[in-house]
Write a protein that binds this ligand. Structure first.
Ligand code: CA
Ligand code: CA
Ligand code: CA
Length: 605
């Protein structure tokens, strides 16, 4: 049932990847009183410096071949306040994680800013509750308000508050990690959550199915169900459970899947469930994010149905969130006293030594003995490079990417090495090769990175709770429509199969609901529906009449599921098989839309 690529990037990369700086060779900043700058400039030039910037209260200059201590010695002048390395900033994403170590301070993940969660205040008194159906939430992580969290145990998977792998803990943190002074921050910080543990490291273990889990969410009073899981087959029992949840005013969110193809996964593929894809920090689609077509039905019933494909996306590439305590791996790298971005590859430990460049390290090299090996990516496996370093007497390994960006990787399932090995960014290669000594630390953390539509899904669920908490009078389907109406178009212009409507934006959705009310401001504001039920010869019929739709065909929904796409001739008669009474809700929407719709009308037999 669950995606087999859930944990594509389970291994944690350096937590400060986006925040560290590179010291460029021999370039320094000199802080000096403006009135004395002329004197210092002359002195610096005399020492052979190449002046780059004559700034307000500072100079920036290159002193070729000279270290910081040498420059300080040369420029021994009372007017100089400070001399420091001129840090060269790396290219960053459009959105970045906060700088710092989440074990020491709170670090907001990039998606928090990308989705405007920082611009909307969560109303904890609105009664929002998110039900997370996943692998449990481990109580060892300190970044949750545990008094707001409940769950259901099951004999198949054990206690909900003990993890069955870090996935569920990571997902829950994205929804609702606390706003405090440590860890990360959820999209709806501290929101009430109900945890249903349906799988663990051994796989799917729940004694029943998602329909049962959905009912437990409903019994717990949840407004939102968040499912970072999925699989191939549709199942009417499951689908009915989600339709019922929606009809009671709820919202159901699920992951599109991580296979990078156009397969439609379930539960996300059900019309009742909002399908979420993943984007990165630069507003690009994740290469793993599935993109099923929006075509559904066969023959004359075939048509566009936007509820069967990706509706929106959120950040899901290298997402920083909570782990069971100590289960994440963190790394740090500094060379000649300057911190550089890194990613932990394998083996824990802390080493400091001179560096030795081994090229691509395709053979052992006695020169590496007692040193930290600097190794270029390419030609042979990461594992064999590290093994050649270790077999040469090397005590640590830094593998440098051979293309732009950070090198993320592991040494594989049959790792025979024991020395700490980290990845480094290609952009830092020159500086690393020019360095003399390096310190590598690989340790454990309570916070780490994962990638997947599994990470984008709780972002959308949390944003829905955040927005909804400010508009508690709205239904889940109205929140869903508002998130789509205000999503930022990305990728190909207009709605597309990768992004759906685009990247969710909390502040824009909040403003949209404030301006337009729960029904929104779409074309559907004018769509009026009446429904009249009657029985004839033992069968139930409902005459539907509507006005105000602008498309040539309309979609008709019964109990939250589309029953037909029919011509926009203002009337349709639905027939319901089966004896007995019952209550049925109807809605008419412009074709392919779930936002340009009439109000819901209910018929009771
Ligand atoms: Ca926190
Ligand atoms: Ca769907
Ligand atoms: Ca688009």
């Amino acid at each position: 049932m669950k995606f087999n690529k859930f944990t594509t990037s389970l291994l944690l990369a350096g937590l400060c990847a986006a925040a560290t700086a590179q010291a460029s060779d021999d370039r320094y900043i000199i802080q000096v009183d403006n009135s004395k700058k002329g004197v210092v400039k002359a002195l610096a030039k005399k020492m052979g410096a190449e002046l780059h910037i004559d700034g307000d209260g500072f100079l920036a200059a290159t002193f070729s071949g000279k270290e910081l201590s040498e420059v300080k010695g040369l420029l021994n002048n009372p007017h100089i306040k400070l001399i420091e390395v001129d840090q060269k900033r790396q290219l960053m994403g459009l959105y970045n994680d906060d700088a710092g170590d989440p074990m020491q301070q709170q670090v907001a993940p990039y998606a928090y800013y990308q989705s405007q969660a920082n611009q909307v205040t969560f109303d904890a008194n609105a009664g929002m509750k998110v039900c997370v159906i996943d692998s449990g939430l481990d109580m060892s992580n300190p970044d949750f308000i545990w008094g707001n969290i409940t769950g259901d145990n099951d004999s198949g998977t054990g206690n909900w508050y003990e993890h069955g792998g870090p996935h569920g803990t990571h997902v829950a943190g994205t929804v609702g990690a606390a706003d405090n002074n440590i860890g990360v921050i959820g999209m709806a910080p501290g929101v009430d959550m109900h945890i249903i543990k349906v799988f663990n490291a051994e796989g799917w273990g729940y004694s029943s199915d998602l329909a049962h889990a959905a009912n437990l969410c409903s019994q717990a009073g949840a407004n939102i169900i968040s499912m970072s899981l999925g699989g191939g087959g549709a199942n009417s029992t499951e689908e009915n459970a989600f339709v019922s949840f929606n009809n009671a005013g709820g919202l159901v969110v699920a992951a599109a899947g991580n296979d990078g193809n156009n397969v439609r996964s379930y539960p996300a593929g059900y019309p009742s469930v909002m399908m979420v894809g993943a984007n990165d920090a630069d507003n690009n689609i994740a290469d793993f994010s599935q993109f099923p077509s929006c075509q559904s039905g066969k023959g004359k019933n075939a048509g566009e149905d936007e509820t069967t494909c990706v509706e929106v996306t959120a950040g899901g590439v290298d997402t920083l969130s909570t782990y069971p305590a100590g289960l994440a791996t963190s790394s740090s790298l500094s060379v000649d006293g300057t911190a550089f971005a890194s990613s932990a590859m394998e083996n824990s430990g802390s080493v400091t030594a001179s560096v030795y460049f081994m090229g691509t390290a395709e053979a052992t090299d006695a020169g590496a003995s007692g040193k930290v090996c600097l190794i270029d990516r390419g030609n042979i496996s990461f594992h064999d490079k590290v093994a050649n370093c270790e077999n040469s007497g090397g005590i640590g390994a830094i593998i440098i990417n051979n293309e732009a960006g950070m090198l993320y990787g592991t040494l594989g399932d049959t790792n025979t090495t024991s020395i700490p090995a980290i990845g480094a960014a290609f952009e830092d290669r020159t500086a690393l090769l020019a360095s003399s000594s390096a310190s590598i630390v690989i340790g454990t953390s309570d916070y780490g990175l994962m990638s997947g539509t599994s990470m984008a899904t709780p972002a959308v669920s949390g944003i829905a709770a955040l927005v909804w908490s400010n508009h508690p009078e709205c239904t889940g389907q109205e929140i869903r429509a508002a998130l789509k109406a205000t999503a930022q178009d990305s990728g190909a212009a207009g709605k597309d199969v990768y992004f759906g409507y685009g990247i969710v934006k909390a502040a824009d959705a909040d403003a949209y609901l404030t301006a337009n009310g729960c029904a929104g401001g779409g074309n559907g504001g004018d769509l009026q529906l009446t429904a009249n039920g009657y029985k004839s010869k033992g069968s139930k019929y409902v005459d539907l009449n509507w006005q105000g739709a602008s498309t040539s065909q309309v979609d008709i929904f019964r109990n939250g599921s589309k029953i037909v796409t029919t011509s926009n001739d203002n009337s349709y008669t639905d027939s319901i098989s089966g004896k007995g009474g019952g209550s049925y809700t109807y809605q008419v929407c412009e074709q392919g839309s779930t936002s340009a719709c009439s109000e819901t009308q209910t018929v009771v037999f």
